[in-house]
Design a protein around this ligand. Structure first.
Ligand SMILES: [Fe+2]
Length: 259
């Protein structure tokens, strides 16, 4: 399976501090059936601002470390980019790292408080540029936690939703788990990520079991394998149905209606 969100790279942010931590996470990932993992250090989050060049260099270095340690884990570059007013300008300047540096999907973290119309507008502006935003751990954002309908709105405008494995397994509390389940059952979840940090448990395997119970084997496979594979190859994107499903939920609302 794919892990689409991690802080495995060492010495970058609040993730792994040293190589031994990072190799420890890699071993856990492999043990849990992860073959490909996106390294997504924090960017513009107020505390850390890892640059595109730094992340690409660190990812290359860590891939060598993995080979040297005999660990067959594919680590691909990415970034968890905090949404801010300058995001589109930064993107246009080429400063933002897309997932796998492929210029197709970008992982965004919403601030704790946001104006929904502004977020929808930003999603549309990225889409106009051929970029598909993936909203990281949407289920843990306090505004979405209170108004899960916001997920459908953002999907309608062109975003995808990523959920954290630990949210599915209850590590972030009952409310977060409940919203995660609602999103899964509404076919709103595009992919899952461990969001692994020191002090957190690696929950991909347990989350897989829970997802199978909630939504069955086929839908679980979409979230853990088929949809994230689209990040590597867009030719399969038509198989992802989350946008169509959520356009139906929103009905005939026009894109600018809530702004
Ligand atoms: Fe994260």
């Amino acid at each position: 399976m794919f892990d689409t969100h991690s802080h495995i790279l060492y010495g970058m942010d609040d993730g792994s501090k040293r190589l031994s931590d990072a190799l420890g996470f890699a071993k856990q990932a492999l043990k849990q059936g992860v073959h490909t993992l996106f390294a997504t250090p924090h960017c513009y989050d107020g505390a850390y601002n890892c640059t595109k060049t730094d992340i690409l260099d660190a990812c290359r270095r860590f891939s060598h470390d993995l080979s040297a340690a005999g660990l067959p884990l594919l680590v691909l570059p990415g970034a968890e980019i905090r949404v801010n007013h300058d995001l589109i300008e930064a993107f246009d300047k080429g400063d933002l790292l897309t997932l796998n540096n492929a210029g197709e999907y970008i992982l965004l973290e919403l601030p704790l408080m946001f104006i929904e119309g502004a977020v929808s507008m930003m999603i549309r502006r990225l889409k106009e540029r051929g970029i598909i935003p993936i909203i990281a751990h949407a289920e843990r954002n306090p505004m979405i936690l209170n108004r899960p309908d916001l997920a459908a709105e953002f999907i309608y405008h062109g975003a995808k939703i990523q959920v954290t494995a630990g949210s599915v397994t209850g590590d972030f509390g009952r409310d977060v788990m409940k919203v995660s389940r609602i999103m899964c059952e509404k076919d709103q979840v595009f992919c899952l990520g461990s969001d692994i940090h020191p002090g957190r448990k690696y929950r991909m395997k347990k989350a897989e079991k829970r997802l199978k119970k909630w939504i069955g084997d086929a839908a679980t496979q979409l979230i853990l394998k088929d949809n994230p594979a689209c990040i590597l190859s867009r030719k399969n994107d038509s198989e992802d149905t989350t946008n169509a499903a959520n356009a139906a939920v929103i009905g005939s609302a026009s894109p600018g209606e809530n702004i």
